[in-house]
Design a protein around this ligand. Structure first.
Ligand code: ZN
Length: 380
């Protein structure tokens, strides 16, 4: 079998299931976009370095966190993610030159300071190099927000879930509570932790403004969008689409490194450009729209009706009628990770739903829950 990303022929045993849509965007709930033609090496490397770079990017992670909170299920609650805001300018006691203090926030404005080894080479990654810093020892200091007291369950679950895959992070709760935090993975503070806890508490009472440095990378997203374009092209049209000259551009973009000229894959990612395309997405979901536009098959990746990318994934000159019929007047997949589901519609049906001409109880249930929660949280 040939891997769709590295194009190497490998033994069947070297392949694994690839979620074209990463897990934080709800990829587990989109069976049509789970494929088997990706080798374990690519799955691992691209998952850690391309998918994670995209989904942990502050702008995107923040939208996803808001969606999780908007659709929070009070009866059957699950943890809302923390997001990395960048590097704090604070310098807690005994922080070494080779360490940084990363500033994370929880769903209700909780603050977490994570003192961990610095990683110059991959400073744009929340949490550092996902491969090497994973096993390094570090300490994180968790603080409640003013809103925690109104709905402690949300904070508690978020804190319990935090750094779950990083067992080497020592979690310290810098707040007083009548439940033992050790039951959710926290550790008793030692002398150094006591010093730092006092430092953070003093900082919080002295300053209400927190200064954070966010490492800005204008290229973020290009490699991920190219990868998704290759995957969607393959899942619709098979191997032949990967051999075209347009696919070569996508492969160049996928391999793009900082400082390289970004190949012209015609995609762009913008939160402000076109309100109509923003509104085309469903709030609190990831909406994918696949269409033929002019001489290209394109997808629109719309995140929470707020951010979008338009990426051509094949040239129509490389497609036959049967291929074009697969797209027809357009296809839409609405992915709702907090509700653990995805919904498929034709583009005309989707537009009719958006205009109120067509009933879709499952999509309507998403916005109904968001409205109910909004009322609930506004009382918090
Ligand atoms: Zn591969």
């Amino acid at each position: 079998m040939k891997c769709i990303y590295c194009r190497k022929l490998k033994d069947d045993s070297e392949f694994t299931k690839e979620h074209l849509i990463p897990e934080p965007l709800g990829g587990h709930f989109v069976p049509d976009l789970i494929i088997g033609n990706v080798c374990k090496t690519c799955n691992n490397n691209f998952g850690l370095f391309v998918d994670a770079e995209f989904t942990s990017n502050y702008v995107i992670a923040q939208k996803l966190q808001l969606a999780e909170l908007a659709l929070f299920d009070k009866e059957n609650p699950s943890a809302v993610s923390l997001i990395c805001m960048g590097n704090s300018l604070l310098s807690p006691p005994q922080m070494q030159d080779n360490e940084i203090c990363e500033h994370w926030t929880g769903p209700l404005g909780e603050i977490i300071y994570w003192v961990r080894p610095k990683d110059e080479r991959l400073s744009g990654y929340a949490g550092g190099n996902p491969r090497t810093t994973k096993d390094q020892k570090s300490r994180a200091y968790f603080h409640f927000s003013e809103r925690t007291i109104k709905y402690p369950k949300i904070t508690w679950l978020a804190f319990k879930n935090a750094f779950k895959k990083r067992s080497t992070v020592k979690k310290i709760l810098n707040c007083v509570i009548n439940i033992d935090p050790k039951t959710i993975g926290f550790t008793d503070p030692d002398d150094l932790d006591q010093l730092r806890m006092k430092f953070f508490s003093d900082e919080h009472s002295a300053n209400s403004i927190r200064q954070v440095q966010y490492p800005f990378n204008p290229n973020v997203g290009y490699r991920f969008l190219a990868k998704l374009a290759i995957g969607i092209g393959y899942s619709l049209f098979g191997e032949k689409v990967l051999e075209t000259s347009y696919a070569k551009e996508l492969y160049r973009a996928l391999q793009c490194r900082d400082g390289d000229n970004i190949p012209l894959i015609h995609g762009f990612f913008d939160s402000s450009k076109n309100q109509d395309i923003k509104n085309l997405g469903e709030a609190n979901t990831v909406t994918i729209i696949i269409q033929i536009v002019d001489d290209k098959a394109i997808f629109i990746l719309n995140i929470c009706a707020s951010l979008y990318a338009i990426v051509p994934f094949a040239a129509t000159e490389d497609l036959n009628q049967e291929d074009l019929d697969k797209i027809g007047y357009g296809r839409v997949i609405v992915i709702c990770k907090p509700l653990k589901n995805s919904y498929k519609l034709s583009y005309p049906d989707y537009l009719n739903y958006k205009c109120g001409n067509l009933q879709h109880p499952e999509l309507a249930a998403i916005s109904e829950r968001a409205t109910r929660n909004q009322e609930y949280f506004s009382n918090l």
